[in-house]
Design a protein around this ligand. Structure first.
Ligand SMILES: O=C1O[C@H](COP(=O)(O)O)[C@@H](O)[C@H](O)[C@H]1O
Length: 339
């Protein structure tokens, strides 16, 4: 069974990165390694899992690299003094580059990683635009950067500007902007996920708790709006910020988390780009910030920023999820779940 990596804040009891393994017969989850790291909110892995990268608040904020040696991850390098620590990192395996999205500084740092995992910032993209709808959009807020499925373009999500940018990236960290997608003003795009073919993407709006379904042109990097759907029940009037969005491997189901309503919304992808809301399941914790499929997508593990880890069983045929009573782990302040 693949390992599960948890990153989170270390403001209270949490002290670093938790690496877990699930027993496929008993569903018992054991911690197989713990890495002490300050403010290890977001993580990234190489495909072979021998390279691990983490955000850190050490040295006034930055990124740390770890190498798997003799079954354990050892710290290799830290890029510190980034002003504020980033909120999301993505490892581009092909170009050996880390893209570090900085929410608080509204910028993207482009970090070259050598074979020994020593890192160096080779370029920075600064964003200055912002929307005026929400107080959370008082400046650019770079929330995520990922490559598209074909590894052709880098997609950068700016919550503060209600904007998604597509770039052609070059080995030396230089870039060319090829397209821009503007979401509805005030949506506050946070994360996005592509379907397997990379033909459609689903963008989650933190500030208006909705999902934009968009068609993606793999050749040009252009996104085109298809539809929008809420992540909340119609009658919910409380505060909410939507957080993570994940798609099942078979492209049949989409999952989105709600912080405030404290739930996961489940959608059936009825046909390419068309969503039908089939379930909204409470997560039984406060602020479900991230979640992921585990045990070959038979289960979902939900990490709460203000609560524990909760487990859900998942019906692969119907996509529906069900809380597994008695199955929760005493790990708090979680921001990132990799599996
Ligand atoms: O989703 C969110 O992310 C931002 C950025 O994360 P941070 O760990 O860099 O602070 C966070 O500030 C915000 O509260 C939250 O909604």
């Amino acid at each position: 069974m693949k390992r599960i990596y948890l990153g989170g804040y270390t403001r209270k009891k949490n002290k670093g990165i938790h690496i877990l393994k699930i027993d496929k017969n008993s569903n018992k989850i054991n911690e197989v390694e713990f890495i002490k790291e300050e403010g290890a909110t977001f993580l990234a892995l190489s495909r072979d899992r021998k390279k691990l990268f983490s955000i850190t608040t050490r040295e006034e904020g930055g990124v740390a690299s770890y190498k798997l040696e003799n079954g354990r991850y050892n710290l290799v390098d830290t890029i510190g003094y980034m002003g504020k620590s980033p909120c999301h990192i993505y490892f581009d395996e092909k170009q050996s580059i880390i893209y570090a999205s900085n929410y608080h500084l509204g910028r993207l740092d482009i970090i070259k990683v050598d074979d020994n995992l020593e890192m160096k910032i080779i370029n920075t993209i600064n964003y200055f635009a912002n929307s005026i709808v929400s107080p959370d959009q008082d400046s650019s807020k770079c929330h995520m950067a990922i490559k598209d499925r074909g590894d052709e373009y880098l997609i950068v999500v700016n919550l503060g500007a209600d904007c998604i940018y597509s770039y052609k990236m070059f080995e030396d960290g230089s870039y060319k902007l090829v397209a821009m997608y503007n979401s509805k003003a005030g949506m506050g795009p946070r994360h996005l996920v592509f379907d397997r073919e990379g033909e459609y993407a689903y963008i989650i709006g933190e500030l208006d708790s909705s999902i934009d379904v968009v068609k993606y042109n793999k050749k040009t990097g252009v996104f085109k709006f298809v539809s929008n759907i809420s992540t909340l029940p119609d009658d919910y009037k409380g505060k909410n910020t939507a957080s993570a969005i994940k798609i099942s491997k078979d492209d049949k189901f989409l999952y989105a988390s709600n912080r405030g309503h404290n739930s996961i919304a489940v959608y059936k992808i009825v046909e390419k780009g068309k969503l039908e809301l089939i379930q909204i399941e409470k997560t039984k914790g406060e602020t479900p910030r991230d979640f992921n499929f585990i045990k070959d997508e038979e289960m979902i593990l939900v990490g709460h920023q203000d609560g524990l880890i909760h487990l859900f069983e998942r019906d692969k045929e119907t996509g529906m999820i069900k809380h597994m009573d008695g199955k929760c782990l005493n790990i708090e302040e979680i921001v990132c779940v990799l599996s």
